[in-house]
Design a protein around this ligand. Structure first.
Ligand code: GDP
Ligand code: MN
Length: 353
């Protein structure tokens, strides 16, 4: 699960990691903030600065113009639902700092670079500072880090920062925590200018607070293909899911997603799938293409009917079920005014008509 910047910064703040003062806005309200300020698009993707999604403003008028512009700006297909408006930092230096899991050594790694703020792929690989983090020896790493960053007078501040980041990382069940840039302000403070966090979805059971996140958890088998796509897909089995996406594309339609629900063609699974699909704003149809081998078609049909009843705003469903108990499934669906298509072709025919 990738968090939005404001969600990541909220967690950082809870662990006493300095972040700028800011307010979150929805729609085009003008917030009451001290100027100069930065207006930042809250989209689940990096490179916002380059795409025009981060604006530094120094007057009320500029603030209004930036909010109007950025709230409508699409970045790699994403329109922000929220904007973060923060006090601007007076930047002296931009650094890069991250914690991540090293899957080779099975350790938490601290990674730093003296030149942050830029796309890290563009940085020279050998220039990175990398150390495994041992919770009993954090101070030593912080000392080395202060040397590496040429900030000897910040050794104590960095020691606190590394300790808090390590706590934040482990307590949050994070897989990645990246601060780029970590800003050294002209006042000599170290502040997280940006925040990116990836949480381990399999640790959800110990984090009831995650239900508050705007970030929707997407299962490993869910891929957004086009946020503006018009046809959403639900299929079982990766092969069938790919074939479904391909068939939609070759009809000249735009598939919004790939979704393989595997053996989870239950009411719960279908409901979860529908919940992920309502994120798409341009859907005209949802194609459900399920082969009833182990799961029975009538069970799947009943699951679709129950899940659909809970979400009245769903677009029309084009359902193709084939296999065990398909006839019973047809009867169930027909009672609800739904058609069971015999083939994917027939589903697409219906969409095109
Ligand atoms: P990203 O492009 O999505 O990674 O967005 P960032 O939040 O990292 O912002 C991109 C760049 O905008 C930063 O590297 C800074 O150079 C600049 N920036 C962001 N916040 C501030 C700020 O408060 N003051 C100033 N002067 N520049 C900022
Ligand atoms: Mn950044």
């Amino acid at each position: 699960m990738n968090l939005l910047e404001y969600e990541a910064k909220h967690i950082l703040k809870e662990f006493s990691i300095p972040v700028p003062e800011g307010v979150l806005i929805r729609g085009q309200q003008t917030p009451d903030v001290t100027l100069p300020a930065v207006v930042k698009s809250q989209v689940p993707i990096g490179g916002r600065g380059k795409a025009g999604g981060v604006a530094l403003v120094s007057t009320q008028k500029e603030l209004e113009v930036a909010i109007e512009r950025i709230s409508q700006l699409s970045i790699k297909g994403f329109i922000p639902k929220t904007l973060l408006v923060e006090e601007a930092l007076a930047i002296s230096r931009e650094l890069y700092l991250a914690l991540m899991i090293d899957r080779t050594s099975n350790q938490t790694l601290l990674v730093a670079h003296a030149e942050g703020g830029v796309d890290i792929e563009s940085l020279d690989e050998s220039g990175f500072f990398k150390r495994p983090l041992n919770p009993r020896a954090l101070d030593a790493v912080a000392e080395e880090l202060a040397d590496y960053l040429e900030l000897p007078n910040k050794a104590f501040v960095l020691a606190d920062l590394v300790e808090n980041l390590f706590k934040c990382f482990t307590k949050s069940d994070a897989l990645l925590l990246e601060i780029n840039p970590l800003v050294l302000t002209q006042q000599g403070k170290l502040v997280a200018g940006d925040g990116k966090m990836t949480l381990d979805a399999s640790a959800r059971f110990r984090h009831p607070e995650w239900s508050e996140l705007e970030t929707k958890e997407q299962s490993a088998n869910f891929v957004t293909l086009d946020p503006h796509g018009t046809v959403a897909t639900i299929a079982n089995g990766a092969g069938l899911a790919m074939a479904t996406v391909d068939a939609i594309t070759s009809r000249g339609l735009t598939p919004a997603n790939f979704l393989d629900i595997g053996g989870n063609a239950t009411t719960e699974g279908i409901r979860e799938s529908f919940n992920q699909l309502v994120e798409f704003n341009n859907l005209t149809n949802i194609v459900i293409n399920i082969f009833g081998g182990i799961v029975r078609c009538d069970t799947v049909a009943a699951a679709i009917i129950t899940a659909r009843a809970e979400l009245p705003s769903l677009p029309p469903l084009q359902i193709r079920l084939s296999g065990t108990n398909a006839d019973e499934a047809r009867k169930l669906l027909e009672n609800e005014g739904l058609t069971l298509h015999d083939s994917l072709e027939s589903c697409l025919e219906e969409i095109a008509s």
